[in-house]
Design a protein. Structure first.
Length: 78
């Protein structure tokens, strides 16, 4: 069940459409979002809040952008 879609995110007064992919992951799911040159993985924790995991720990995405993505994901999937 890999679904590719565009995630609409409002950040710094701009509306962004970020490429994303919904993946079944065990008994749960995760959402892979592509930011410029890296992929950030968003997955629900035990309390159904989303956390971000970077695919490349050497490159850290902008924290405010990650929070804006989490806010959007939570509004769409909760």
């Amino acid at each position: 069940m890999d679904e590719i879609f565009e995630l609409p995110v409002h950040f710094n007064g701009q509306n962004l459409l970020l490429p994303a992919q919904l993946q079944a992951w065990g008994y749960s799911h995760r959402i892979l979002v592509t930011l410029k040159d890296q992929t950030v993985i968003f997955e629900p924790d035990e309390e159904r809040n989303y956390r971000a995991v970077s695919s490349d720990p050497a490159k850290t995405p902008e924290v405010q952008l990650v929070q804006a993505i989490i806010t959007t994901i939570e509004s769409l999937f909760k």
